[in-house]
Ligand binder design. Structure first.
Ligand SMILES: [Fe+2]
Ligand SMILES: [Fe+2]
Length: 366
């Protein structure tokens, strides 16, 4: 993907067009006041929304854009507003677009590539390849629906879950894990990993087809609230700051806001999205639920979610080996369902777990 920069008068407007775009495309947002040519020169596309900018800000912007000779510059304006169109041309924006999310996303994907698409290892079996591509498209549709408040493509999600189940059966878990982990997006990779573990675990537990599907749906949707968090934070190569981590921890609350009032979302799927960070001893978040308040399907997802987050490769942390990750879950005696955890072993180990090596826990985003 090519680099995209978004330049706006007010970066703190969290519900603005650009904050939505930066949740679906790898784009960095800059404030007009602070931006300079050096910050933008590595971008292939610069998109500017200068609504409510002052004359001095427009002059500054014009000076910056004049130095970017290799970059496509797009202005997001109200095309029926003649003054905005004239101003946009005066500051040197090469192309103008209506200030509209759908149109802007289509344009940026054409120019810079689709963030949702993954380049899979050549050795990926055909059926697994097809299932991963299908899942990526579904995850992308989910994110777009969550951002634009359109109905969730629940039939596509269910069909993706069916393909995950089928390829786990035909090509095996290892092929799924390798293919999925090649995705550049932490969230895409993580959700598809959790889905793989969840449906495999559900089958092992002898759950009904319906429950297996619900778990798969829940796994693909479980972190949907992360669409409210910029990809620059979710995919940050280094450690998160305290503030960034606090924002990421709000994702179950964002999931609640996104999923509430959607008749197409099954209650069990909604519970998984809202409660997968709750712990049996009441120390989880966001509600501090405990014991019987946490359903069987949520408990299963929590185990798959923690295990997946611990074993995922991230640039800012070591990935735990399966035994170490299992050991950490095993030490969460009061927090996760230990009976289920014992039954989880065959999903992740081909042989017996044996001795568990432990090392100090690092902060893990899931
Ligand atoms: Fe989560
Ligand atoms: Fe998660």
């Amino acid at each position: 993907m090519k680099k995209i920069s978004l330049v706006v008068s007010d970066v703190s407007a969290t519900n603005s067009l650009f904050s939505k775009v930066s949740s679906i495309l790898a784009a960095q947002v800059f404030a007009i006041d602070n931006v300079n040519a050096e910050m933008l020169c590595s971008s292939s596309v610069v998109v500017v929304d200068f609504a409510s900018a002052s004359g001095a800000q427009l002059a500054h912007l014009k000076g910056v854009l004049e130095q970017l000779t290799e970059t496509v510059s797009i202005g997001c304006v109200d095309l029926s507003n003649r003054q905005q169109v004239v101003q946009a041309k005066a500051i040197g924006l090469s192309e103008l677009l209506e200030r509209d999310f759908d149109g802007l996303v289509v344009k940026l994907r054409a120019l810079a590539g689709n963030y949702a698409i993954s380049v899979l290892p050549e050795a990926t079996p055909a059926a697994t390849r097809e299932a991963v591509v299908d899942c990526c498209n579904t995850m992308d549709q989910l994110a777009l629906a969550a951002i634009t408040q359109k109905p969730f493509p629940i039939r596509s999600v269910a069909m993706s879950v069916q393909s995950v189940m089928a390829v786990l059966q035909s090509d095996g878990m290892d092929n799924w894990l390798t293919a999925v982990q090649s995705h550049h997006s932490h969230t895409f990779c993580h959700s598809m990993l959790v889905a793989g573990y969840a449906v495999a675990f559900a089958k092992l537990l002898g759950l009904s087809e319906e429950e297996q599907t619900l778990l798969g749906l829940g796994a693909l949707v479980h972190d949907v609230g992360k669409v409210r968090i910029p990809l620059a934070i979710l995919d940050k190569p280094g450690k998160l700051t305290r503030e960034e981590y606090a924002l990421v921890k709000r994702h179950p609350v964002y999931s609640k806001e996104i999923l509430d009032g959607r008749p197409e979302i099954f209650p069990a799927v909604r519970d998984i999205a809202l409660q997968h960070h709750e712990f049996l001893d009441g120390t989880g978040y966001p509600e501090g639920l405990s014991g019987d308040q946490i359903s069987h399907l949520v408990r299963i997802t929590t185990i798959c979610d923690i295990y997946s987050a611990l074993t995922e490769k991230r640039s800012y942390k070591q990935s735990y080996a399966p035994r170490q990750a299992y050991g950490i879950l095993f030490d969460m005696t009061e927090k996760v369902d230990q009976d289920l955890l014992r039954k989880f072993q065959p999903v992740i180990f081909k042989a017996d777990v044996g001795a568990v090596k432990r090392r100090p826990r690092e902060r893990v985003v899931r």
